[in-house]
Write a protein that binds this ligand. Structure first.
Ligand code: AP5
Length: 259
């Protein structure tokens, strides 16, 4: 289930044999963006808001793994079972498993509405593979957004996060509380705390980010694609800041995008 009015991203979440409902609109100049930033910095929250403004589809690798883990009707494959073990501990899933999952869904990178890639790439090997795949398909990234926030605020966001068990809407116990305690505003579903938001997993995730994912900022900076965004303030303020940065970016780089 997804939030009412939000595309169900079926081809991404379930795999290429599923059809998205509603089908994505074609954009004249689709935005093809990567969202980088530490766990809990607010990438998923921003992806939701950016989707409403830019129409590009929110492609989250974490959502694919979580959906596979919660699908009651089928037993996950051995590779997916292994992925879920890594995820519960807060460790990165091995590149080979992530890449197989991404390749299966590579049609979503050609989506006419563009994409907001959230949680991928997370290692240099993943970034290199993505670059090669996109070059082979003559697809080009518009930009890479790098969200930044002090560590203490990141930890507070992660520890207070609650997610709806039905539609997966994201809340925060103090910053974005639901109207009725523990119940989703959109569908009335029960809110729960993600397993990997427990303090012991949060520590592992932040270490994995520093070691494996933070170096990606240099990788994209060298390609002239990195756009830095301060992730403090309300979600709406950060979204406005992002849109402003992207508009500036597009003005400065439109010649390159057309090339
Ligand atoms: P994933 O689901 O990608 O998790 P993540 O990157 O750790 O990011 P989060 O979803 O935790 O945080 P977010 O930045 O989206 O923040 P959110 O918007 O929810 O990955 C999970 C796991 O899957 C990984 O640990 C790994 O095991 C595996 N995995 C996935 N992709 C992989 C890959 N490519 N390679 C290997 N392994 C992979 O916000 C957080 C909280 O803050 C919420 O409560 C929200 O309401 C609140 N909040 C948001 N914005 C604000 C604001 N402005 N002010 C106050 N509160 C706010």
């Amino acid at each position: 289930m997804t939030q009412p009015g939000k595309p169900d991203r079926a081809a991404w979440i379930q795999g290429p044999s599923a059809r998205c409902n509603p089908p994505p609109d074609r954009a004249q100049e689709p935005w093809r963006l990567i969202l980088l930033g530490a766990p809990g910095v607010g990438k998923g929250t921003q992806a939701d808001l950016l989707h409403q403004r830019l129409n590009a589809c929110h492609l989250s690798t974490g959502d694919v793994f979580r959906a596979a883990g919660s699908r009651a009707e089928c037993d996950p494959s051995p590779a997916m079972k292994a992925a879920l073990q890594y995820m519960r501990r807060g460790d990165l899933v091995p590149d080979s498993i992530v890449w197989e999952m991404l390749l299966e869904r590579s049609g979503c990178l050609r989506c006419g509405g563009g994409f907001l890639l959230d949680g991928f790439p997370r290692t240099l090997a993943q970034a290199e593979s993505l670059k090669q795949l996109m070059e082979n398909q003559r697809l080009y990234l518009t930009a890479v957004l790098n969200y930044r926030l002090p560590l203490n605020e990141i930890v507070a966001r992660l520890c207070g996060r609650r997610t709806c068990q039905n539609c997966k809407a994201v809340y925060h116990v103090t910053e974005r509380p639901p109207k009725a305690a523990d119940l989703c505003d959109h569908c009335g579903g029960k809110l729960f705390q993600r397993e990997d938001d427990r303090p012991e997993s949060v520590k592992v995730r932040l270490e994995a980010y520093e070691k494996s994912t933070a170096p990606l900022t240099d990788f994209y900076q060298q390609q002239g694609l990195l756009v830095k965004v301060t992730a403090s303030g309300s979600p709406a303020e950060i979204c406005e800041r992002t849109i402003g940065a992207l508009e500036d970016w597009r003005k400065r780089n439109s010649a390159r995008e057309r090339a």
